[in-house]
Design a protein around this ligand. Structure first.
Ligand SMILES: Nc1nc2c(c(=O)[nH]1)N[C@H]1C(S)=C(S)[C@@H](COP(=O)(O)O)O[C@H]1N2
Ligand SMILES: [Mo]
Length: 317
């Protein structure tokens, strides 16, 4: 996303901390005490095992009003700031190692869990495929087949306590493989959040694949969230931690520019972004401009979540 005015958090390139002041990986691990643990052979070894279940059976309840975006468009025009601010980051994203992948579920849960992504998916049940529209806040859009598990199943698996109100998602943090994370004026790691009520809705998916195959790195391998009624930045990629909490999470983009990227961020053509209109969107592939729909066309499934809230601009930022 483009940010027009230089803000206090925005440092010019030349002021960025030079790479040589960064601790190297061994120093960080040593500082954390892991160096010793690894040396003594008490670090658990993660075993590589690919996530299974591709292609998954399509769930016919989710239909589209438009053609699917060509696969090569949806997998080459991607937002993944960890690898740079351009859309063309797939080559850089090859450095990400999605297998084995450890994910921690913690916070207000009966029991903290750290589990490999493939094992987690196995425990959550059969994967399914759904065709969803996706709407970036920058006003481009696509329609793709995602493979995954309803997020609701993860919530049940996690056993949150009664006080948990929100899910806070965190992306991996490793500047050694993700050059964007060396740009210190960004509040890494990428964080997103939704309410537990939203997570229990029928739409959110814990996604592992696209077009019937495992996610390519640039689309958020090995595991991400998809929230098709919200602006795309909420659909966080390459998740390494999910925390249940009673505090409203502050997302990566909200921390950078709260006036432009808020917590709810539900799609609505009536509320413009401060710097551009949200009335229409450009389809990846054809380049066609089509009208944007309230809740990205998913009002039937999600409008009820917000029925008791002020129906104003704050719901749509
Ligand atoms: N970790 C992380 N997740 C992210 C982003 C990102 O930069 N980093 N970009 C977001 C934005 S702005 C969009 S539009 C979608 C894009 O998903 P896609 O590249 O698979 O289309 O991912 C979202 N998830
Ligand atoms: Mo986006």
């Amino acid at each position: 996303m483009l940010i027009r005015n230089k803000q206090s958090w925005e440092m010019p390139e030349h002021m960025a901390t030079p790479e040589d002041v960064y601790l190297n990986r061994r120093q960080i691990l040593a500082a954390m005490g892991f160096g010793l643990a690894a040396g003594m052979g008490i670090m658990p070894k993660l075993a590589a095992a690919a996530i299974e279940g591709f292609p998954a059976k399509r769930n016919p309840s989710f239909t589209l009003d438009r053609d699917l975006t060509p696969e090569d468009e949806a997998t080459s025009y991607t937002n993944f700031y960890e690898f740079g601010s351009s859309k063309n980051i797939s080559r850089k994203a090859k450095r990400l190692k999605p297998d084995p992948w450890s994910l921690t579920i913690d916070g207000m849960v009966e029991e903290k869990i750290t589990i490999n992504a493939d094992e987690l998916i196995k425990k959550l049940g059969d994967q399914e495929e759904r065709l969803y529209r996706h709407r970036c806040v920058e006003a481009w859009a696509m329609a793709v087949p995602w493979t995954g598990i309803p997020l609701e199943k993860l919530v049940r698996f996690a056993r949150p306590t009664a006080s948990a109100k929100y899910l806070r998602f965190e992306t991996f943090h490793n500047p050694d493989i993700a050059p964007g994370q060396r740009q210190q004026w960004y509040p890494w790691p990428y964080v997103e959040g939704i309410t537990v009520d939203e997570a229990m809705n029928v739409l959110p998916m814990l996604v592992t694949g696209i077009y019937g195959k495992a996610l390519p790195n640039q689309n958020g391998a090995p595991i991400r969230i998809i929230l098709p009624w919200k602006y795309g930045f909420k659909s966080i990629k390459s998740i390494s931690r999910i925390t249940f909490t009673d505090e409203k999470p502050v997302s990566f983009w909200e921390e950078l520019q709260a006036k432009e990227y808020g917590f709810w961020a539900n799609v609505n053509p009536e509320y413009d972004h401060p710097r551009w209109s949200q009335k229409t969107e450009r389809l990846l592939g054809s380049g066609e401009r089509v009208p944007t729909q309230l809740y990205n066309g998913y009002a039937e499934q999600v409008a009820g979540l917000y029925a008791n809230m002020p129906q104003d601009r704050s719901l749509f930022f």
